[in-house]
Design a protein around this ligand. Sequence first.
Ligand SMILES: [Zn+2]
Length: 151
Amino acid sequence: MKRKKPLKRTPLKRGVPKKGTLSRAKKDCWDAFSLLTKLERSPDGEWNKCYTCDKDIKIGTSDDQGGHLFPKRAYPVHYFHENGVRPQCYRCNINMEGNRNVFIKRMIEEIGQEAYDEMYVHRHDKVKITKKEYEEMTRQYKDRIRQIIER
Ligand SMILES: [Zn+2]
């Protein structure tokens, strides 16, 4: 099928929770945390490699994702864990649902079996983060992002 017009892109703003709500505070926190995760691993602040397939990914594009080691909905305790998130391409994160076997294998190589086991054992732990706490976390992540950018 031939298309005369290019496909319309979904505006990024859609689905953003209202300002001042807990879900918005969480989303802002995630945006900062996932960007920090990517910048920390990028040699030039622009490009990364997918943690699970080594594909080159450009930060800020739709191929640039923050993938969770433990699926975030099932294991919210690791949502904002420093070793719970790594840069992933769209294919690994979405189509391959995290490419989990490789993700786990590489994470064990990176942090060691003991640290991984510790996360695994605690994966069902309950966590409750307040709006204030999210806002404070966001401030700290943004400070760290600023330090990387100014380096
Ligand atoms: Zn990948």
